[in-house]
Design a protein around this ligand. Structure first.
Ligand code: R1P
Length: 281
């Protein structure tokens, strides 16, 4: 989800480049947060020229524009993952569309497995940093010719996750009475779609990783490259299976179920962070 503000990127014309005028407003299904927006306009991904289409069960496929408690926002219902078969730059393309429509703040959320033993299912982990395993193998969304209109060839990402917003989110969590559920940690993105092996998780623990997923880092890199301010968090939807004798295996159903159970609290959390951003920017 992202906040729309003035100041579209110079030299880029969204209407011209994406023929946005040809997109038909559409509304059928929606996640509760996007559903709760006022004055919504929805655009299914397959109506946007050159846009990828989400193939993951539980991941919807439309862009939703509207007002969240009076603040103009753009939501993605359904994101793109490398394991779906798209090049990584295409997975991150919606972030560039956001930049082009004048967005300067990105709030990225994901479902992740809790590797840190202190984490419980249902915890919210504010992301303070990431380990981009895909990038270790050269799978970086900025690979290829650099488009200078968005940002520099070699962007720094060492402060990708805004420290002030992280602190504010921590405060907001406490004010909401969910302080005990809020964590702060390091997220990693794996290629997926297979979940991790026990040995892989043991290695990741040594690296200081707290939560494991298959998204977000490539979106954050692209947002950071184009100068957007980023806040991101993981909902810990399951505990990582770190021994060979656990009865339950990692599964997507548990991920979906935990997401559903926490919809309302996440919606309120995001809404309050959005209010904080508008009051402080
Ligand atoms: O990161 P998001 O898109 O929230 O989803 C996470 O949940 C799915 C696995 O259950 C994977 O797609 C993983 O990345």
């Amino acid at each position: 989800m992202a906040l729309i503000s003035k100041g579209r990127i110079k030299g880029l014309d969204l209407k011209k480049e994406f023929r946005i005028r040809s997109m038909k407003p559409y509304s059928s299904f929606a996640s509760p947060l996007a559903e709760s927006l006022a004055d919504k306009e929805c655009f299914p991904y397959d109506s946007v020229p050159n846009f990828p289409v989400s193939t993951v069960p539980g991941h919807r496929g439309q862009l939703v524009f509207g007002l969240l408690d009076g603040v103009p926002v753009m939501c993605m219902q359904g994101r793109f993952h490398y394991y779906e078969g798209y090049p990584i730059c295409k997975c991150a393309m919606p972030i560039r569309v956001m930049k082009m429509v004048g967005i300067n703040y990105l709030i990225a959320t994901n479902a992740a497995g809790g590797l840190n033993e202190k984490y419980k299912v249902g915890d919210i982990m504010i992301i303070k940093d990431h380990v981009n395993f895909l990038g270790f193998a050269g799978v970086n969304p900025l690979r290829g010719p650099n488009d200078e209109r968005f940002g520099p060839r070699f962007p720094a990402v060492s402060r990708a996750y805004d420290a002030k917003l992280r602190a504010a989110a921590m405060r907001i969590g406490k004010e909401m009475g969910i302080g005990h559920q809020i964590q702060e940690g390091v997220y990693t993105c794996l290629g997926g779609p297979s979940f991790e092996t026990v040995a892989e998780l043991a290695a990741m623990k040594i690296l200081g990783i707290d939560a494991v997923g298959m998204s977000t880092t490539y979106e954050v890199i692209v947002a950071c490259h184009s100068g957007m301010t980023v806040f991101a968090f993981s909902l810990i939807t399951n505990k990582c299976v770190t021994t060979y004798d656990e009865e339950v295996m990692p599964n997507h159903e548990e991920v979906i179920q935990t997401g559903k159970e926490n919809e309302e609290v996440l919606k309120a959390f995001v809404s309050r962070i959005v209010q904080h951003i508008t009051q402080n920017s």
